[in-house]
Design a protein around this ligand. Sequence first.
Ligand SMILES: NC(=O)c1ccc[n+]([C@@H]2O[C@H](COP(=O)([O-])OP(=O)(O)OC[C@H]3O[C@@H](n4cnc5c(N)ncnc54)[C@H](O)[C@@H]3O)[C@@H](O)[C@H]2O)c1
Length: 374
Amino acid sequence: MKRPIRFGLIGHRFMGKAHSQALHDVSFFFPTPYEPVRAVICGLEADLPEAAARYGWARHTKDWREVVSDPEVDVVVIASPGNTHCEIALAAAQAGKHVICEKPLARTAEEAERMWRAAERAGVKHLVNFNYRRLPAVQLARDLIAAGKLGQVYYFRGTYWQDWALDPAFPFVWRMDKSIAGDGSMADKGSHLVDLALFLVGDIAEVAAAKTIFVRERALASGEPRPVTTDDAAAFVVRFRNGALGLFGTSRMSAGHKNALGFEVNGSLGSLLFDLERLNELQVYFAGDEPDTNGFRTVMVTESAHRYVAHWWPPGHVLGWEHAFIHQYWEFLEALREDRQPSPNFYDGYRVQLVLDAVALADQQKTWIAVPEV
Ligand SMILES: NC(=O)c1ccc[n+]([C@@H]2O[C@H](COP(=O)([O-])OP(=O)(O)OC[C@H]3O[C@@H](n4cnc5c(N)ncnc54)[C@H](O)[C@@H]3O)[C@@H](O)[C@H]2O)c1
């Protein structure tokens, strides 16, 4: 008999749907003593009851405080905009609930640190949803680097391009409001890249950066004009504490690119290349290969030897974007079972935020900024 674990989800739109599906699927595919229960979902718009019914939630509410104080909820999942993360996470921790929070963890490192310390103080489990870590190809990249197959890492390049804001007539949305989102593409997309860089290469010591707003005013759906206060695109360079260099690019106005996250890692013995649009593949190059057949080759990351894959389909039966969310929930349930903090957790989210704060300051001051060591 599985043990029920009851979830309360705040946010019912894009991420609300992704988290609902993951909670539905995780115990079907992955071995766990827990049975996630979709207890209550929260959102503000009129389609909430319909979404609650379709995604299989027992109850719904417009007030996140009801979720946090609900005795029938064990885990609070925050999948609402950035301005809500800190307040909800602090309240959830204080109520003794485990907390899962969407990325970026907060709008500033100061908020992120408060969230991390509050969750630690309350003794609850905490997780930040850097879902791309949970793809089999990214896990393989990490394993190869950790095993020394790339030798000394010299360089990380991470780019994340989208084009949803390309049309200047695209309406003003919450991601364009600094008071809600914290920052623009640099934080929204860049937080994923920085997390991957910290995960694969290690701590970042200092940054230099430029970010910009191409379309400075947009109209609300009502037609009312609003100033855009978050960046449309950003570029930054970093120096890792281990001496490696890093180059990052983010944009929500890169024509033709829909969700193009990619990274490359170069080391003294080889290189790795990942492209989210081909997420079942990892390109690898090892300098020691036979000279006549030496070159980049494509590893299909769909064998049972690859992390998570054995729980899905026979070899070669590819996975998709949403599987990373299911893997993330399995990792969370495994951490609960073993009574340890899951990974990535609020400490990881805080470290990412320290880098993003440094990027914002470097752009503002047009100089290199040191990232505090924590
Ligand atoms: N992990 C990823 O790949 C990924 C992808 C997209 C978004 N996100 C993150 O997920 C979060 C939500 O993004 P989204 O794209 O789902 O946004 P969205 O606009 O699609 O949905 C936001 C949801 O939050 C609800 N909401 C807003 N304010 C609220 C409040 N005060 N109380 C209760 N509910 C409230 C809205 O009703 C809506 O249901 C953000 O932090 C975003 O950065 C993560």
